[in-house]
Design a protein around this ligand. Structure first.
Ligand SMILES: [Zn+2]
Length: 194
């Protein structure tokens, strides 16, 4: 769908015209897919600052709706979108080394995760509240490095671990003021380190 706006007074904009380029009718056949699509749009509205064009988020959202429309598993699709939105906005956690000392976890080993500290934390640095299995860490890295959406369900354990870690990150960001968050993200977009 294309919507053309011109700025109006305050928060309101005048909607000038709308054209439907494509639709995602098949989503309406599944309550799970509808729920997932609603949660995704709420997430984007919450995370992306108003009036800031964010083409990478838009592109990921279209691919997400397309995946749901084609019958992709809805929780996997939503988790994938969450990971990509964090990535685009500069809030991806550090998953390849300890955020405290930089130690790289042994390949194939699980790691502790702590959202308030921004990623995985080794035992010597105090560990974290959640565990991410080697499979979950690999899955997260794969989701970040591709643009595709999974067409088959993920293993139950890995899906649950990613879900819990993203929940913890979400709660973490909810405590950061919108202005602060927007400032950090804008800094990132302009190539400055916040
Ligand atoms: Zn450490």
């Amino acid at each position: 769908m294309n919507a053309h706006f011109r700025p109006g007074r305050g928060e309101l904009a005048h909607l000038e015209r709308v054209s439907v380029d494509r639709s995602f009718h098949a989503i309406l056949r599944s309550l799970e897919a509808i729920g997932s699509a609603g949660a995704a749009l709420a997430l984007i509205r919450e995370r992306v600052p108003e009036h800031e064009p964010e083409p990478a988020v838009f592109d990921s959202a279209i691919r997400f709706l397309d995946a749901l429309d084609r019958g992709a598993p809805s929780e996997e699709a939503l988790l994938t979108l969450q990971i990509r939105v964090l990535n685009v906005l500069g809030f991806s956690p550090t998953l390849d080394r300890c955020v405290g000392c930089g130690k790289v976890p042994a390949p194939g080993r699980a790691a502790s995760f702590d959202a308030p500290r921004g990623g995985i934390v080794c035992r010597a640095c105090g560990g974290g509240r959640l565990v991410l299995s080697a499979g979950a860490l690999r899955l997260w890295a794969t989701v970040q490095s591709t643009i595709e959406y999974a067409s088959a369900p993920w293993p139950e354990l890995e899906r649950r671990q990613l879900h819990d870690a993203l929940d913890q990150l979400d709660a973490q960001h909810a405590t950061v003021g919108v202005r602060e968050r927007t400032g950090a993200a804008s800094g990132r977009w302009e190539g400055r380190t916040p």
